[in-house]
Design a binder for this molecule. Structure first.
Ligand code: ATP
Ligand code: MG
Length: 219
């Protein structure tokens, strides 16, 4: 099978004082290339916890994580950082744009971690902004843009290097209905036309309806 990520028998719990909260219990699942997967379930069901493990931002208590056929070790922080840098893009609920930078500069910023020339960075950022329909707003600062436009900049930032997989945690939660639908359609288009893979944690019915596959937590 064409799996990018394979999770086997993952356990994750949080301990608060004497209370152990088992969030994931023997969880196994694979995610394929070009997936558009939604992690769904009520608040507290573990969507963000699972997304953070998939994104290697948090480590499971037990179980295996395979990426493109190689087992990932959670012990080597440096390697994990490199793995994220090479393979993953991130989209957050609150956009996380830098206010003093314009759209183009926001998309360029993470590219400075790679060995691109200034011209290459600018070219990749411009292309990504065109893909999200903001080719004519590259000089706008975040405060000059709507929430929907800011989230599109954040998506451009996540896709600029064509990462293997894009993780999004509640990407529509700060948007009104129409902007939320626009963002969903944009992600669907990037999935269909550009072959980008998405794993999205969301309790938004509109996002869940758009999912090609739904991982239902808390059932
Ligand atoms: N760092 C942490 N320390 C302790 N408990 C945590 C931690 N992170 C999450 N939890 C607990 O784990 C459970 C799952 O949390 P998680 O954030 O994954 O849920 P969620 O499905 O994303 O919820 P929401 O829809 O509200 O975002 C919750 O009961 C939460 O309180
Ligand atoms: Mg969450």
């Amino acid at each position: 099978m064409n799996a990018i990520i394979q999770l086997n028998h993952i356990d994750k719990s949080y301990v608060n004082g004497k209370i152990r909260n088992q969030v994931l219990n023997d969880f196994s699942r694979s995610f394929t290339h070009r997936c558009f997967a939604v992690l769904a379930g009520p608040s507290g069901s573990g969507k963000s916890s699972l997304l953070n493990i998939l994104a290697t931002l948090d480590r499971p208590d037990a179980g295996e994580y395979w990426l493109n056929g190689s087992q990932v070790s959670f012990d080597n922080k440096k390697k994990l950082t490199e793995l994220r840098k090479q393979n993953f893009g991130f989209v957050f609920q609150s956009f996380n744009l830098i206010p003093v930078l314009n759209a183009l500069e926001n998309v360029e910023l993470p590219l400075t971690l790679f060995e691109y020339t200034k011209e290459e960075r600018s070219e990749l950022a411009q292309q990504a902004l065109e893909l999200v329909g903001l080719g004519d707003k590259t000089k706008k600062r975040p405060y000059e843009m709507s929430g929907g436009e800011q989230q599109r900049v954040a998506i451009a930032r996540a896709i600029a290097r064509h990462p293997t997989i894009i993780f999004a945690d509640e990407p529509t939660a700060n948007l009104d209905k129409q902007n939320a639908l626009n963002i969903i359609h944009l992600m669907q288009r990037l999935n269909e036309d550009e072959g980008l893979s998405f794993i999205i944690a969301s309790h938004d019915e509109k996002v869940i309806r758009a999912g090609k596959e739904i991982v239902n937590l808390g059932e």
